[in-house]
Design a protein around this ligand. Sequence first.
Ligand code: ATP
Ligand code: MG
Length: 327
Amino acid sequence: MSAPVLAIAGLGVEIARQEAAPIAITRDVDLELHAGRTLALVGESGCGKSITALAVMNLLVAPLRVAAGSIDLKEQNIAALPPGSAALRAIRGRRIGMIFQDPMTALDPVYPVGEQIAEGLRLHLNLSRRAALARAVELLHLVGIPDAAERARTYPFQLSGGMRQRVMIAIAIACEPEVLIADEPTTALDVTVQAQILDLLRDLSTRMGMATLLITHDLGVVAENADEVAVMYRGRVVEQARVDALFAAPAHPYTRGLLASLPPVAGKRERLQPIPGQVPPAGADDQGCGFSDRCAFAMPVCRAGVPSLLAVGEGHRVACRLHDTNA
Ligand SMILES: Nc1ncnc2c1ncn2[C@@H]1O[C@H](COP(=O)(O)OP(=O)(O)OP(=O)(O)O)[C@@H](O)[C@H]1O
Ligand SMILES: [Mg+2]
């Protein structure tokens, strides 16, 4: 495979504390994004998905900070760029676009949506006001908004949730970024609109060759909308594979639990099986495998040390002693 567009290596994010040891939020996260491909990052609430995305955008604010690792956009380590620097501003919105969960808070209520799309084009691509507005209309059309010229003059509150999310996508892709990060882009939307927005994202990512990180807590979303998937638990990646391989042969007991808790396929009357127990709070004891307390297969060795990610198939890696032939 070609060189990754974005390579996250050994990323550790922590909460700094006064007169106490920092609390680790993510540890040893390795992820690679490739042009035209979508990597899904999945895991239960609080496992560190959004923190990882914010670290990539260099948007962490104190007390959160990157404690270890690198985030390379092509050859440049963006984790090492000073917050607020010109180099960083040149990347955010230009080379990396981001879509957030809630378009109502991300859009500015007092400007027409066309102006908001045009802003990035003027800033990053030096387009004139007129050219930027014309391009904004094209982008609204591209993301499937009817009567784009007219809609460009409307305010966010005049649009439905789905339409607002399309505007957010138009803003994120306006400068044709190399990397697109979508953090739970459809959670606020009803199911039909959700599917339309995910289709749109998938289509744009492929057509524009963007390397896409799709963050979701829903494995059901992953199957149709991603090429690769990384499963996170308590700040670590515990399994990573191609989507088809993961669904065909999930290796980590946590991944199997997530799959078992998917709503049943229509017509089949299977009972949902939630994973027993709860995710411990960040900073809780981390001697061994973070899942061992909830795992039906836990062995004494699981509590002795953190398992590393080992290959169980082509491009399929899992951090679990059950698959460690040396354990
Ligand atoms: N500003 C902060 N200060 C302290 N802890 C934080 C802060 N932001 C996040 N955390 C903690 O970091 C952990 C990871 O949070 P994160 O938002 O990345 O989770 P997530 O996987 O995106 O969850 P969700 O699916 O709910 O969006 C959580 O335990 C959260 O409580
Ligand atoms: Mg989140």
